[in-house]
Write a protein that binds this ligand. Sequence first.
Ligand code: GLP
Length: 267
Amino acid sequence: MEIIIRPTPAHAAKLVARLVANRVRAKPELVLGCATGRTMDPVYAELVAAHRSGGLDLSRITTFNLDEYVGLAPDDERSYHHYMRTHLFEPVGLAPERTNLPNGSAHDLAGEARAYEARIAAHGGIDLQLLGLGVTGHIGFNEPLSSLMSRTREKALAPETRQQNAGLFGGDAEAVPKRALTMGVGTILDAREIVMLVTGETKADVLAAATEGPITARISATALQLHPRCIVVADEAAARSLEGTSYYRFLYAEEPEWAPYRDDPEL
Ligand code: GLP
């Protein structure tokens, strides 16, 4: 794992978007794992801007999203299907058949989960998985005590998670669905590369627990410590509770891999 600390959420999101863009340029048919949530808004906005300026062709990628609420139809405005269509897929002209999200309104949710895993495998697995971090320390909707080897399945949402995600539901946590279909922790760890973006001081303690604390199923993001290529990008506010920051800053300043990024004042 590597942790990159940038001054503001905008810098952090731009760095993540630049990283995605560079991976797509290197492999135009990239299989991209997408995350939803407010943290990701500026990342998708940056990718859309890069597409509009003619500097990035996203038309050949395939996407797989982490999760979807159970009971919401794909055309429901509160669904993650809708979020992805409006924030990324339609603005960059990505054909619907290249986009994949679990169907939370499927009649047979267990069958849908199995089919989703099979579809990921049929595409050769995920090249780059984007992640946010939930207040409970979840990745996807892998709530506390999710097996660190879990696969796509239905999960009950923690009250804190329903509260965190109430924004799309008129601010009413009770209106947030109680269950979701989510990739498992094991599914996420199968991605060849993982980039987690974490911004804001409300995430500071959970980010420190996720990256510097012991691996535990209580915090599914701690499983990322086992991944051979996981990059965490945080803004200063989210990095506030980390203990190892001087070493993390040293690595970003020194590692040749980051030279093109650190020389750009926007990132
Ligand atoms: C939801 C999603 C997660 C996401 C989290 C963070 O719970 N299932 O994938 O990381 O929200 O949300 P936000 O970025 O709005 O803080």
